[in-house]
Design a protein around this ligand. Structure first.
Ligand code: ADE
Length: 245
């Protein structure tokens, strides 16, 4: 996979792209992340990338020309034009399933917005998709782009050490993950649940499934609407929610 990032602040990406799973995926050639400074595509002498909004109002707006020139230059490269995504608080909310969908693409081009926004013609004629990472406003699209890259890259086959961690983690099956423990079995008087020490795999799996469901019911009942639960599990949820009231 190849991900091109168009940004005014390429230096913001160096830490996250080098560490942990992402760093290893890049190092191992699973994904190539190429950073482009939008300012390099501004053709005037001072490399101006923003201007006052027509009609007045506060703040500055990113000009269309450097963004179109940057996408044109990058999209012309092989493999052919990727899916162009603008990171913006006005986009569709990023979820695990959007991450999965994007991870199956060969190429992505991420456009990081800044200032008060980008010229509307960028939205209308340049980008294919707009993504938000949450209902809050950040100073720019850089952190959201890094979040998106992380979500996408960790879904690439081979990015994680063990394939299992993908199917068990939160949101993988529409549920939050069960509680995890490691040694010591007793810490400051707090015990690890007996079942986890029993070595009984079927009972451990059943306990984990139940904990996942209960935790999701209590913390994120909205997620349960789309989770595949058995009749008995639905009853468990109803009881847990009744208890809460
Ligand atoms: N740019 C500024 N805030 C953002 C957000 N919440 N998601 C995506 N891009 C953004």
């Amino acid at each position: 996979m190849r991900i091109d990032v168009l940004t005014l602040f390429p230096e913001m990406f160096s830490g996250p792209l080098q560490a942990s799973i992402l760093g290893r995926a890049i190092e191992g050639g699973l994904v190539e992340v190429v950073l482009h400074n939008i300012r390099d595509y501004a053709e005037d002498k001072h490399h101006v990338v923003d201007d006052y909004p027509f009609g007045g109002g506060p703040g500055m707006v990113m000009k269309p020309e450097p963004l179109f020139a940057a996408v044109d230059a990058v999209a012309g490269l092989e493999p052919a034009k990727g899916h162009v995504i603008l990171l913006t608080p006005q986009g569709r909310l990023l979820t695990q399933s959007i991450g999965d969908e994007l991870s199956r693409r060969e190429r992505l081009i991420l456009v990081c917005g800044h200032y008060e926004g980008v010229d509307e013609r960028v939205r209308e004629h340049l980008v294919d998709d707009e993504i938000s990472i949450g209902d809050y406003v950040l100073s720019g699209g850089e952190l959201p782009a890094m979040v998106l890259i992380d979500v996408v890259v960790r879904r690439l086959p081979g990015a994680l050490g063990s394939e299992e961690s993908l199917t068990e983690e939160s949101h993988a099956q529409g549920l939050l993950e069960y509680p995890q423990y490691t040694r010591p079995a007793e810490f400051r008087g707090w015990q690890v649940p007996d079942v986890l020490l029993s070595g009984h795999h079927a009972q451990i799996a059943a306990w984990r499934r139940q904990q996942s469901i209960l935790r999701t019911a209590r913390r994120r009942p909205d997620l349960l609407e789309r989770a595949a639960l058995t009749e008995a599990e639905r009853r468990l949820v109803a009881e847990a929610l009744a208890e809460k009231d």
